[in-house]
Write a protein that binds this ligand. Structure first.
Ligand SMILES: Cc1cc2nc3c(=O)[nH]c(=O)nc-3n(C[C@H](O)[C@H](O)[C@H](O)COP(=O)(O)OP(=O)(O)OC[C@H]3O[C@@H](n4cnc5c(N)ncnc54)[C@H](O)[C@@H]3O)c2cc1C
Length: 389
């Protein structure tokens, strides 16, 4: 079996012009390329710090256009990004030198008030959704800011005004039609739908401790639309023994955590609050919280009086160096249950996958509580105990 190592793949991407010509021939919708007058405007996403320069922005008007754009990008072997509301803080909806599938022209929302169902096109925002459902006196859990995309927010879980009563946005997802990475149009079955309800980041489960082997999600695939083959069987040298696709460059971090914590599963997610809080403390002073009942869900914690401190590690593209820093940080802070990568996301772990999932949920709760408490305090509207230093 061929071994895949963690090395940059040699790029044999076609020239920008060749890609644009392939789109001229095979894509019916409008495109924007670096030569277009509107390019600067068209490549912009919500996070102004994201400065990617896609080779082609394919403005899709329907499913056929999406299939064509995905197929052309796959054939050319260039990166592909999907953009709906464009609010990904991490910049996932753009890419350098590849194709952006722009779904913004597909913003229809059809409401069946009798069945209490809405069929939502992939580029619709919550403003579109609320306008269509509101006239029937209906609503669903959506974002707090109406310019976020329905699909992007739902794929990330989706918290919003109605969540306490009706659950997360993803809890209300009933069916989905997908274009797969190889350009097939499919209806999500139950298993795939389960995966779509809030996927992201990268996830690994230890399949053997001696020798160490991980089952880890493949890089650059939508974790909400994983096929079983996209879960890779991988050893400590990052050689792939099963599955298709490349391991994430961050695989080394998973192994480092497994080694230092004897973890059975490692989960890495990118959420707004973990990213915001990873950037609002000095590196030597990560966010800390105490007094919450939720803390008792962390392994080994018996009382809400526990103080949990989450170390922050600067993000780094040199994975060997980053893995060393993560290892040292874990050794220096043996009681930490999670670690934040600055402006990136959170890593947490557990003896089993269920433990690791519980930790993700607890940290998302705690980090959001810290962030919101701090915001209220800044506005002078919070007079409770000081939390989330
Ligand atoms: C100002 C602001 C407010 C926010 N408020 C909330 C909030 O209240 N609640 C909350 O839960 N989150 C909130 N978020 C986070 C937000 O939900 C995520 O950033 C979400 O991913 C944005 O979705 P989007 O479609 O706007 O963004 P995009 O950047 O277009 O997409 C985000 C990700 O989803 C993928 N994606 C989008 N559409 C599709 C599709 N149709 N098919 C396949 N993949 C797709 C993209 O490729 C990308 O990886 C907020 C973010 C910002 C910047």
């Amino acid at each position: 079996m061929a071994e895949t190592r963690l090395e940059e793949k040699p790029m044999t991407a076609p020239s920008t012009t060749a890609l644009a010509e392939a789109f001229d021939r095979g894509f019916d919708g409008a495109t924007t390329t670096p030569e277009s007058d509107r390019y600067e405007e068209a490549r912009r996403v919500w996070n102004g710090a994201v400065d990617d320069h896609p080779a082609v922005i394919a403005h899709c008007r329907g499913t056929d256009d999406v299939v064509a754009a995905v197929t052309l990008a796959a054939a050319a072997g260039v990166p592909l990004a999907v953009r709906a509301g464009g609010h990904s803080v991490a910049g996932f909806s753009s890419c350098d030198g590849g194709v952006v599938v722009d779904l913004a022209p597909m913003r229809g929302v059809a409401v069946d008030p009798h069945r209490r169902r809405a069929v939502v096109q992939p580029g619709a925002t919550w403003a579109d959704f609320d306008a269509a459902t509101g006239i029937h006196g209906l609503a669903s859990t959506g974002g707090l800011v109406s310019s976020t995309g329905v699909a992007g927010l739902t794929l990330g879980g989706g918290i919003g005004w109605l969540q306490r009563r009706y659950g997360l946005a993803c809890d209300n997802l009933r069916s989905a039609q997908l274009v797969t990475a190889d350009g097939r149009l499919i209806d999500a079955d139950e298993a795939l739908l389960w995966g779509l309800r809030g996927g992201g980041g990268n996830f690994s489960v230890v399949t053997s401790h001696v020798p160490r082997r991980l089952a880890i999600t493949a890089s650059s695939v939508d974790k909400g639309a994983l096929e079983p083959t996209q879960i890779l069987d991988i050893d400590e040298t990052c050689a792939v023994h099963g599955g298709s696709g490349n391991p994430s460059a961050e695989t080394l971090l998973h192994f480092e955590i497994v080694r230092r914590r004897a973890a059975g599963a490692v989960l890495h997610t990118h959420s707004v609050w973990s990213t915001v809080l990873s950037d609002s403390h000095g590196l030597d002073r990560g966010p800390a919280t105490e007094g919450y009942e939720m803390l008792k869900g962390l392994d080994g914690v018996r009382t809400h009086e526990h103080r949990e401190w989450v170390p922050i590690v600067p993000n780094d593209q040199d994975m060997l160096r980053l893995a060393r820093v993560v290892g040292r940080t874990l050794d220096e802070h043996p009681s930490a249950h999670a670690i934040l990568l600055q402006r990136h996301g959170i890593y947490t772990w557990g003896a089993t996958l269920a433990d690791a999932v519980r930790h993700v949920e607890i940290f998302e709760f705690l980090l959001e509580t810290m962030g919101r408490t701090r915001a209220y305090r800044l506005r002078g509207g919070y007079d409770g105990p000081a939390q989330g230093s």
